[in-house]
Design a protein around this ligand. Structure first.
Ligand SMILES: Cc1cc2nc3c(=O)[nH]c(=O)nc-3n(C[C@H](O)[C@H](O)[C@H](O)COP(=O)(O)O)c2cc1C
Length: 297
């Protein structure tokens, strides 16, 4: 059996390279526990903001045939409640506890600094922060602000597939102190209800995840891998062990699962890992280092 243990940093050792992506179960301590007990090697909370943000009207999500489209309106309980939620997850998970990645989202540098200082009270294993798409100066400032306020906690810059110059953005984040890159956040899209002659989602447009995001994510991860030396947490359309292998061949060190929970339930973690193990065995890989970024060597 290949060696699946995964040393992300001096502080973080994962038992396998498959984790829960942000958003899919991360507004509930019980669902984080469920993901941990179902085989996620780390769990990520949903993005939290400084203050509580309410959700949106239905429909907020749809399976459109080639993936999901979702816009939950950045619903979250606010950072103070998220600190409570992370502590509750640790207590409820007990022996099954796995590292927790706290995802934060803000509109400006000052808010990112405040949010980091506040989420630090929960002592997450990683603080993951959502970067804007364009302005390299802002990307540098946000990363530096998160780094300065996270203390010794490792930080991961989460980058969207719509980011222009994605490799350069990842390098800027690395230069300003990011320990990891999380890629990718989804691309925007829209469904139309032709009979009603109006947009299908209540917020008109949403974010495309699942199978249709995979080829885009593979290109983004490849571009990032060529630019940085820090580990990449890859995600976007991973639904099978073969998808996972492709993402690691492109350069991901570990892989996040989101929409696959919709398609395969919480068993997705163990099923995808079993399929990945079969692939590793039949293709003769001994460990994760051998497969990570192999197409670029
Ligand atoms: C319902 C849902 C909610 C999400 N919420 C967040 C979020 O709050 N913050 C974030 O950074 N990403 C969020 N994401 C994006 C995922 O973390 C991930 O980047 C994306 O879904 C790609 O992975 P997938 O194709 O495996 O779902 C969300 C995704 C889904 C499907």
């Amino acid at each position: 059996m290949p060696d699946f243990s995964c040393r992300l940093s001096d502080q973080i050792q994962l038992k396998t390279p498959i984790i829960l992506a942000s958003g899919v179960s991360g507004n509930s301590d019980s669902l984080l526990v469920r993901a941990a007990k179902s085989g996620a090697a780390a769990v990520t909370t949903k993005s939290c903001t400084l203050k509580y943000r309410p959700g949106t009207d239905n429909p907020a999500s749809s399976d459109w045939g080639c993936g999901l489209i979702t816009n939950l309106g950045m619903t979250n309980p606010g950072v103070d409640s998220m600190v409570y939620l992370i502590n509750a997850y640790r207590q409820k998970a007990a022996d099954s506890v796995v590292p927790v990645i706290a995802n934060i989202y803000a509109d400006n540098v000052e808010e990112f600094a405040d949010l980091t200082a506040k989420i630090k009270l929960a002592q997450p294993d990683i603080v993951e922060f959502v970067l804007p798409d364009h302005d390299q100066g802002l990307i540098a400032e946000i990363t530096a602000a998160v780094r300065a306020n996270a203390g010794t906690i490792p930080i991961s810059a989460k980058i969207s597939a719509t980011c222009v110059a994605i490799g350069k953005t990842a390098r800027t984040a690395q230069d300003k102190g990011a320990n990891f890159i999380t890629a990718v956040n989804p691309i925007p899209g829209m469904l139309i209800d032709a009979f009603a002659a109006k947009p299908f989602l209540s917020l008109q447009s949403g974010w495309i995840t699942g199978p249709s995001l995979k080829p885009i994510a593979l290109k983004c991860i490849s571009d990032i891998y060529k630019e940085v030396s820090i580990p990449i947490i890859g995600m976007g359309g991973v639904s099978s062990g073969l998808d996972m292998a492709e993402m690691m061949l492109a350069g991901a060190s570990i892989v996040g699962i989101g929409s696959a929970i919709y398609y395969r339930g919480y068993e997705a973690f163990t099923k995808i890992l079993e399929e990945f193990e079969t692939f590793m065995n039949t293709e003769g890989y001994n460990n994760l280092a051998e497969i990570c970024g192999k197409i670029w060597r």
